[in-house]
Design a protein. Structure first.
Length: 339
């Protein structure tokens, strides 16, 4: 089994990022270590240039995200951790796959339609071909499994279509060039919402810092943010159904459940009937206990640029070694002469 997944580098990492992709990756790494599989995790910095960006911020965010991943438990000695830009085989394979991907397929991608909006003529070509690069990311390594959020399922199906067409057109059934990857979509990925508004996603770009728990927050900041989190005056219900129409309460309970690794129902069986005066301190304590070691590693590592660059360099070297054979097979299959 080979697991491959990518994440776009962003700064100001928060609880939503941790409980979203990052924690899943760490869990995949544990599974693969015990089952003899392999994990490749990368910063999708090449994808980041598909939309307007500030170069100095991209570089800083790439390092910041690397620090966060390692702080949260992605172990560079057990998983291959790198950024795309140091593995030119991603961009090379994308070009080769551009001959196989169809305009019609890409035109149907919902992320393209959403992000380009009404201004398709002004969107970058990179935004349009973004899913072809994503296909190259996983096909390059013969990935068998790709952990992604629900929103990336369509891109994974496209990667399978590209792989299948390429194999059909340019390879034999006995010796296919690419493996068809399966998506792994976490069952009920906790959607972490703003602490100030239970209907908005927790976000790095919310102007209020009180709306999110940052990976850089210390214990006092966490306790204070939880204490001030928006709630309603009702006591907590004893069952999940009672959270309907109470987005702030549902969010705090969901955070507790995700952090404790238990179900929403078991949180409610413990706190049902209690007010927030009792629940909030318990949630604050839980967050502080679980996040303190992560925070500690993160604040140290994020300022150690040499250490971060060394991690990415070493990861990229391993990734290049794994990438070359498949890339060469693709060149040869297409009739491209390589000395
Ligand atoms: N597009 C993905 C996202 O926005 C990130 C990504 C890039 C990715 N390449 C990938 C995810 C390959 C899985 C596999 O979340």
């Amino acid at each position: 089994m080979r697991v491959v997944s990518g994440i776009q580098p962003t700064g100001n990492l928060h609880l939503g990022n941790y409980l979203g992709a990052i924690r899943n990756w760490v869990a995949m790494q544990e599974t693969m270590t015990s089952e003899g599989g392999e994990c490749l995790f990368f910063l999708a910095d090449l994808h980041a240039i598909s939309q307007p960006h500030v170069p100095s911020e991209l570089a800083a965010n790439t390092r910041e995200m690397t620090a966060a991943l390692v702080a949260c438990g992605v172990d560079p000695s057990r998983s291959i951790l790198f950024n795309q830009a140091q593995v030119p085989q991603h961009a090379e394979l994308q070009w080769l796959l551009n001959g196989t991907a169809r305009m019609g397929w890409l035109n149907r991608m919902t992320q393209w339609k959403d992000k380009a909006g009404k201004n398709r003529e002004g969107a970058s070509i990179a935004l349009f071909t973004y899913p072809v690069l994503q296909a190259a990311d996983v096909l390059l390594y013969q990935a068998t499994h790709v952990p992604v959020g629900e929103d990336q399922k369509q891109h994974l199906e496209l990667a399978r279509d590209i792989a299948q067409k390429f194999n059909n057109d340019f390879a034999t059934e006995e010796a296919p060039v690419f493996t068809l990857p399966d998506p792994i979509i976490p069952p009920e990925a906790a959607r972490i919402m703003s602490l100030r508004d239970g209907s908005a996603k927790m976000s790095k770009s919310d102007p209020s810092d009180m709306s999110r728990i940052n990976l850089t927050d210390d214990a006092d900041a966490i306790m204070n943010k939880v204490k001030k989190a928006k709630t309603d005056p009702e006591p907590l219900p004893s069952e999940k159904a009672g959270l309907e129409g109470r987005p702030e309460a549902a969010n705090l309970i969901g955070i507790y459940a995700a952090m404790a690794g238990i179900s929403v129902d078991s949180v409610l069986s413990e706190f049902g009937g209690e007010g927030f005066g009792k629940f909030k301190p318990a949630l604050g304590e839980l967050l502080v206990t679980k996040l303190a070691p992560i925070n500690d590693r993160f604040v140290h590592l994020r300022q150690d640029r040499n250490a971060l660059d060394a991690i990415l360099r070493a990861g990229a070297e391993k990734a290049r070694t794994l990438a070359v054979p498949t890339l060469e097979k693709a060149y040869a299959a297409l009739g491209l002469v390589r000395g």
